[in-house]
Design a protein around this ligand. Sequence first.
Ligand code: AVJ
Length: 322
Amino acid sequence: MLASSLPVRHLSEFAADVRAGLTKPGQRELPSKYLYDEVGSALFETICVLPEYGLTRADARLLQKYAGEIVERLPSPIHVAELGSGSGKKTRWILEALAQRQKTYYYPIEISPYALAACAKELGQIDLVSVVGYEQPYLEGLRAVAEGREEQGHLLVLFLGSTIGNFDRDAGEEFLREMRAILRPGDALLLGTDLEKDMALQLLAYDDPAGVTAAFNLNLLARINRELGADFDLRCFRHEARWNFSERRMEMHLRSTQRQKVEIPAAGLRISLDEDETLWTESSHKYKAEAIPGMAARTGFRCEEQWIDREWPFAQNLLIAR
Ligand code: AVJ
């Protein structure tokens, strides 16, 4: 491997992150949060309807079935902030249940303007629910929401879809701790976690035969071409899904099928990739339901209740800030 620098006036955050990831010694990587441009968000919505990817449907099924029970365990009055709202479809069940007892503010926090717009459209019509979107990183958005609230008001934070799985385990716990520091005792966090399951199912979920996940992964290179003027030849990369046994996570990689050079002008970078070298684009950690209460305890919460889907092992965990 080899990397050389080209002069560049100003690096956008995207360019700087791409540069840092691609010049890492050893395994090169690209941050998974950049998978969600307009094309990537649309491909992810398609992944969610694939028969092989049961995660989103399990998440939604639990919310639909148990929204009443979840809302019963929350203090009142309470407003809702969601980290990474996506399209907002599955959030409807919680908002409708809450709006039965109080007027509810809903604050989706999303760095993707496409997802934010889709979410406002999806949830803007519910009676007694007002939507105020924040186009910001998670914790910055949450801080802004928390600062604006009344003396007695509580917050329910939704962190659904096992998005926490994209963090390394330690970083995930650190993230929960930082979130807890923004909250008050009695505030709630509904945390969705995908559970460990049959290996064959897990692999198929991240490497579906129709190739939608492959397109979702490859689109990251297409996005770098579009936005940073790079010359990745997508035909010289292959999508790869792996189970990392010791870390208990799925990983997505893009494998270079030949020795090749790539130039990324806006990142001031030229790299050469070996044949079979991979770019690591995402981790999706899987959890054991029994491990969640410990995780809550270590990060300033207690686990009040867990609801588990049997069809596709997945847990909704209701954590309360201590
Ligand atoms: C939205 C981050 C939960 O990790 O399963 C889907 C994204 N990646 N297929 C996941 C994803 C490949 C998804 N999350």
